[in-house]
Design a binder for this molecule. Structure first.
Ligand SMILES: C[S@@+](CC[C@H](N)C(=O)[O-])C[C@H]1O[C@@H](n2cnc3c(N)ncnc32)[C@H](O)[C@@H]1O
Length: 295
């Protein structure tokens, strides 16, 4: 099958795809292997139209020479995968409320604020699910919990901040009783009620290049490293480790594992869920509590 006209130019097509893949990896850590090069065809046609560029060679030039920030933002948005849903891999949320938070309470004797990082939060369903789970099952922690939710994709993050979801998005994982309690109905969907939930701060953040936005008791970084190159995974987990306090729980996606990349950890299980306790030997917890606080 031939390429659409807009994608053709004098430079061999694979060379263009290779350059785009290298740029994507450098900027985001996301690996686009040759068998996935078709994604450039599918996803960048709209970007060419939006920026009135005749072909991919001009697009490459705009990125490499002009460094057009809005164009780069759009490419990152289009080439990263934002699939998510409410209470994705539900068992994680049982582990969170029945084991991870009670363990944290035991360690801190209920004195500290609970700091949670949703790293790679996409359109926000993950941090809102965490917030609802806490409000439901640990209501006394609602005012003492700070959730920091970050992503590299600007548009996804804007949607997350707005907290408006269509009926279809709400139907993906959100139980009706939680929708009634934590959402206000609007035309076409419903908007989250921040006043009933722990505070969530949304930040633009690159997991490969930026320092962590604080130190956290619980870190969720789910379905992010799956798309990364091995080198980017190494950088990612090194950054996540540096965001840990003593005893921090790291939760990754079902198809991901940090064990090749992190130094000091212990594996915990809750029913079928596996997560990782970071920095078990390095620092006594009270030292961290003295400097407590996330962002
Ligand atoms: C598949 S979604 C995962 C969403 C959510 N964690 C979940 O499991 O449902 C992956 C997210 O990671 C983000 N991402 C990819 N590379 C990133 C990077 N270098 N820094 C921060 N976020 C990144 C993408 O923009 C995307 O929103």
């Amino acid at each position: 099958m031939g390429l659409p006209k807009k994608l053709r130019n004098t430079c061999p097509v694979t060379k263009i795809f290779e350059s785009l893949a290298q740029i994507m990896e450098r900027m985001t850590g996301v690996l686009i292997a040759p068998e996935k090069y078709y994604l450039f065809e599918h996803r960048l046609l709209g970007v060419l139209q939006q920026f009135q560029l005749p072909d991919l060679a001009s697009l490459l030039q705009q990125i490499e020479i002009q460094r057009n920030p809005l164009l780069i933002e759009s490419i990152i948005e289009m080439m990263t995968t934002h699939e998510t849903r409410f209470f994705r891999d539900e068992a994680i949320f049982h582990a969170l409320t029945n084991q991870i938070i009670p363990e944290w309470q035991k360690r801190t004797k209920g004195q500290s604020e609970l700091w949670i990082w949703s790293a790679g939060c996409a359109t926000g369903q993950e941090p809102y699910s965490v917030a609802m789970a806490i409000a439901q099952l640990h209501p006394q922690l609602t005012s003492r919990t700070q959730i920091v939710a970050t992503d590299i994709a600007v548009k996804s993050l804007e949607k997350a901040k707005m907290g408006f979801y269509t009926h279809f998005e709400l139907s993906r994982g959100l139980p009706e009783n939680l929708q009634r309690e934590y959402f206000t109905p609007n035309a076409g969907g419903a908007t989250i009620r921040h006043d009933r939930l722990p505070k969530i701060t949304f930040l633009h953040h690159n997991l490969v290049h930026d320092s962590p936005p604080g130190r956290f008791d619980i870190i969720l970084c789910r379905n992010v490293s799956y798309y990364f190159s091995p080198d980017a995974r190494k950088k990612l987990f090194c950054r996540l480790e540096s965001a840990a306090k003593y005893g921090t729980a790291l939760i990754v996606g079902a198809a991901e594992s940090p064990v090749e990349y992190i130094q000091d950890y212990r594996i915990w299980e809750y029913q079928m869920v596996r997560y990782y306790e970071l920095k078990t030997k390095t620092k006594p917890h009270h030292e961290d509590r003295e400097n407590s606080g996330g962002a």
